[in-house]
Design a protein around this ligand. Structure first.
Ligand code: ACO
Length: 218
């Protein structure tokens, strides 16, 4: 059963459940972050420090301290407030109901632009089994459907082959290079800009994955 879940009226699309989509790893779904995610979030973020640091924005403070479970309530409160404002859609990526990563749609712009960025990470132990590709496809369909956006952007470092592969599989197009775009791991790093607009998705991104044999509906 494939469902979009429900959205708030003032800012459609959050909170909502999206999916599931079946891939090699199991059933992939998106659900809103919750206050009770602190332990899972902390465990995965601390275990994946070396895996995530090369790709994530530089931030003050020690990684372990920033990702201690006691840091989650404050982060969750900010995410929830931004989500209520309609600026961010923060999702947990679940596989068979287990927290394996996060997907965020951010800087949501309305009016004549209707654009946002999409970003994601997955527990290293779970990678290579189609999870991020399914999650991004679900995120795209949600953004272009219930949320009402027209365009999504993703910025990726040239060396991030796995993330580039995910975006390409979902149909994102390379638009250009953003030089010294983001402070990542202590240095200004060039990023490739990928984008996708509604016109480029015939039907839905999830349906396209299913048609290509990379995923199935439950
Ligand atoms: N070069 C090229 N392709 C690669 C590489 C590489 N070095 N490593 C893996 N791949 C391919 C895999 O073969 C697979 O493609 P395939 O299905 O055609 O074989 C693809 O990358 C990965 O697809 P998934 O299995 O759907 O993705 P996964 O669940 O493994 O998650 C992710 C990918 C999210 C990038 C994960 O590696 C991760 O969390 N990395 C660290 C954080 C990160 O980089 N996040 C993205 C930042 S950029 C952004 O958010 C827009």
């Amino acid at each position: 059963m494939f469902s979009w879940g429900s959205g708030s009226r003032s800012h459609p699309g959050w909170p909502a459940r999206v999916g599931p989509l079946h891939v090699a790893a199991g059933d992939v779904a998106l659900r809103p972050v919750k206050m009770r995610d602190g332990a899972d979030w902390s465990d995965l973020r601390i275990r994946n420090q070396d895996f995530l640091v090369p790709w994530e924005p530089t931030s003050d403070g020690n990684w372990a301290a920033r990702h201690h479970r006691s840091s989650w309530p404050a982060l969750y409160s900010v995410l929830k407030a931004e989500a209520k404002r309609g600026a961010v859609l923060p999702f947990v990526i679940e596989v068979d109901g287990r927290y394996v990563g996060q997907l965020t749609i951010g800087n949501v712009q309305r009016g004549a632009v209707r654009n946002a960025w999409i970003g994601y990470w997955v527990d290293r132990a779970q990678t290579g089994r189609g999870i991020a590709t399914a999650a991004v496809a679900l995120g795209v369909d949600h953004a272009f459907g219930p949320v009402g956006l027209h365009r999504l952007e993703a910025t990726v470092q040239p060396a991030n082959g796995a993330s580039r592969a995910v975006l390409t599989k979902v149909g994102f197009r390379h638009e250009g290079m953003l030089e010294r775009y983001m402070d990542v791991n202590g240095r200004w790093r060039d990023h490739d800009l990928f984008a996708l607009t509604t016109e480029e998705i015939a039907g839905s991104a999830a349906e396209n994955l299913v048609r290509s044999g990379r995923a199935g509906f439950r």
